[in-house]
Design a protein around this ligand. Structure first.
Ligand code: FES
Length: 111
């Protein structure tokens, strides 16, 4: 089974199982990693914002326009930011490493 690594806000590395077809958000939830995902993957919140390791960023599919629009509103946006609910694990992503941002903004409640 593929693995992926989350780097938590305090710098802790957590290597976890990453079943094929699951999203990074789902994997975070299965492993009690503090990634919120308030809208449960419907591209309406940006609380699932993750910062993808630059070595991995190019291996992900391109973000859709809707994802880009939501990311523009994310707190602490970086060049390798993506929404965790939109990244689905494939065999090529075995070893994927993402960092949790220092804070998130929930577009559903923060105006
Ligand atoms: S969970 Fe809300 S945009 Fe990803």
């Amino acid at each position: 089974m593929p693995k992926m690594v989350f780097i938590e806000k305090d710098g802790t590395r957590r290597e976890v199982d990453a079943p094929l077809g699951l999203s990074v958000l789902e994997i975070a939830h299965h492993n009690k990693i503090d990634l919120e995902g308030a809208c449960e993957g419907s591209l309406a919140c940006s609380t699932c914002h993750v910062i993808v390791d630059p070595q991995w960023y190019g291996k992900l599919g391109v973000a859709t326009e809707d994802e880009e629009d939501m990311l523009d509103l994310a707190f602490g946006l970086t060049h390798t930011s993506r929404l965790g609910c939109q990244i689905k694990i494939t065999q090529e992503l075995d070893g994927l490493t993402v960092k949790l941002p220092p804070a998130t903004r929930n577009m559903m409640v923060d105006k």
